[in-house]
Design a protein around this ligand. Structure first.
Ligand code: GLU
Ligand code: ZN
Length: 467
């Protein structure tokens, strides 16, 4: 079998989110070779800084490409804005074969025609008004100062079929498709055209993209057929929905990859989440990219929409935290956190972080609470617990701590004996005193991490009537 070549072809008009990053990931997992092409023909909306960020985002996720910007010279070849001379050639071919023609209709005229069709219950389609103009007519329209677009002449009475790698056999009637624009009035290439052309010219054999592009595919196949260029295989994955059932967007919880990165998510957590959004894996383990690639197959891509769930992301993040190396974890923690953690406590603190935190900011909060006195506050629930336990309990705890400074088990049994408390009645008021909170790391860990003088002061807080 010849190698599968896939691509990711983003338009740099914004930050990439879970949705488009998943398209990139699926394509990268599917391809033996993978290329990155920047579709920046919309000069107004495309921004170089979005190109920079999307490259950073992909590299952060661990997705790399064999062809594309930053990997191969000349880099310009992978920016559509730099490929006008390539496209000019193919426009010329289409015009010469009379498979494309200039359309002089103004946007207002097209809009009026659209409204008329809609109001008479017809699907709006280009009327074909400029399809058969002669040279004189063209010249006179141009003379009016109309800048023409270039339209593709859709063949009449044909059926376009293809086998979608996810959705199965597809059929479209060309009579349902109006002649469409392949070059804008400003001379830039329209999406249908340059996207399809570049796939063919760049040797892409498998296109994997969102189902919002499904209806574009017959148009793109017609263009490639007209130019006698190879047609890639197509696969369209279902949309991702947010937790409210609407398409995933900023409003229902989708974050940009940049934000996920800034919030301290591990790339492997994000990758594992995305790989399962609409793709089924037998294994529920956290996998590195090579393993994800091994288990990836088009027939495991679902046809129904996947749902983004923040809890799933948290789940993968927790797994990632449990397996990250000490070095990786130290790099993830903030510099100001390292400053707070005493050297001998570093290993134990890492354990606490691995099982109690989701992000480096939470880890920093715990460091402040465990190693400084500035963050200690008693929450309302703890006050109630403390009142129930009573002052004697804390006096006994102070005694037990004084005689067992290093040994939590001994401390606990001494306190148990002195106070008669057990189970929750023993643990909860202690936790309240150690941290001022009612949940968090194990008591034994807290006891070892918090310096005895600080611990004593916290126990003593509950002896004062005002706590
Ligand atoms: N530039 C297009 C987009 O971002 C690419 C679509 C495709 O993958 O073919 O939607
Ligand atoms: Zn026209």
């Amino acid at each position: 079998m010849s190698p599968i070549k896939t691509r990711f072809a983003p338009s740099p008009t914004g930050l990439i989110h879970i949705g488009n990053a998943r398209t990139a990931l699926f394509s990268a997992l599917l391809g033996d070779q993978f290329l990155l092409r920047i579709e920046d023909t919309d000069l107004e909306r495309s921004r170089p800084e979005f190109v920079d960020t999307l490259i950073e985002d992909l590299l952060w996720l661990g997705i790399s490409w064999q062809e594309g910007p930053e990997n191969r010279q000349p880099t310009e070849a992978f920016f559509q804005s730099q490929r006008a001379s390539v496209y000019a050639d193919y426009y010329h071919q289409l015009v010469t074969m009379q498979k494309a023609y200039p359309c002089y209709c103004t946007p207002t005229e097209l809009e009026v025609s659209r409204k008329v069709q809609l109001s008479s219950g017809k699907p709006p389609r280009y009327s074909g008004r400029c399809a058969d103009l002669n040279a004189d007519q063209r010249q006179s329209l141009a003379g009016e100062g109309r800048a023409p677009t270039l339209r593709f002449r859709v063949p009449k009475g044909e059926t376009i079929t293809f086998e979608d790698g996810v959705r199965g056999p597809q059929r479209f009637q060309t009579d349902d498709i109006g002649d469409f624009i392949i070059q804008r009035a400003d001379g830039t290439a329209a999406f249908f055209f340059c996207n399809a052309l570049d796939d063919a010219l760049m040797g892409v054999s498998q296109v994997m993209r969102g189902e919002d592009h499904l209806a574009n595919t017959p148009r793109q196949i017609m263009i490639l057929n007209a130019l006698n260029l190879p047609v890639p295989a197509y696969a369209h994955s279902a949309l991702i929905l947010g937790d409210d059932g609407a398409p995933l967007s900023k409003r229902n919880g989708s974050l940009s990859i940049q934000e996920l990165r800034q919030r301290g998510y591990f790339p492997i957590a994000v990758i594992n989440l995305m790989a399962r959004l609409g793709h089924h894996y037998e294994s529920e383990e956290l996998m590195e990219l090579p393993a994800l690639k091994k288990g990836f197959a088009l027939h495991h891509v679902g046809r129904s929409p996947a749902r983004f769930d923040q809890n799933h992301l948290n789940h993968w993040q927790s797994l990632a935290l449990r397996q990250v190396s000490d070095i990786g974890l130290d790099a993830w923690l903030q510099e100001e956190t390292h400053v707070l953690v005493p050297k001998p406590q570093a290993a134990l603190f890492r354990d606490v972080v691995r099982s109690n935190c989701q992000n480096p900011f939470e880890a920093h909060e715990w460091a402040r609470l465990l190693f400084t006195e500035e963050a200690f506050e008693v929450d309302a629930e703890c006050k109630i617990l403390a009142d129930q336990a009573g002052e004697d309990f804390y006096r006994q705890a102070l005694d037990a701590a004084a005689s067992n400074p290093e040994d939590f088990a001994a401390f606990l049994s001494a306190l148990k004996e002195a106070s008669g408390a057990k189970g929750k009645a023993l643990f909860m008021p202690l936790r309240a005193a150690f941290t001022g909170r009612h949940d968090g790391p194990e008591l034994a860990q807290l006891y070892r991490l918090i310096e005895p003088s600080i611990l004593n002061r916290r126990l003593a807080v509950y002896l004062s009537p005002s706590h």
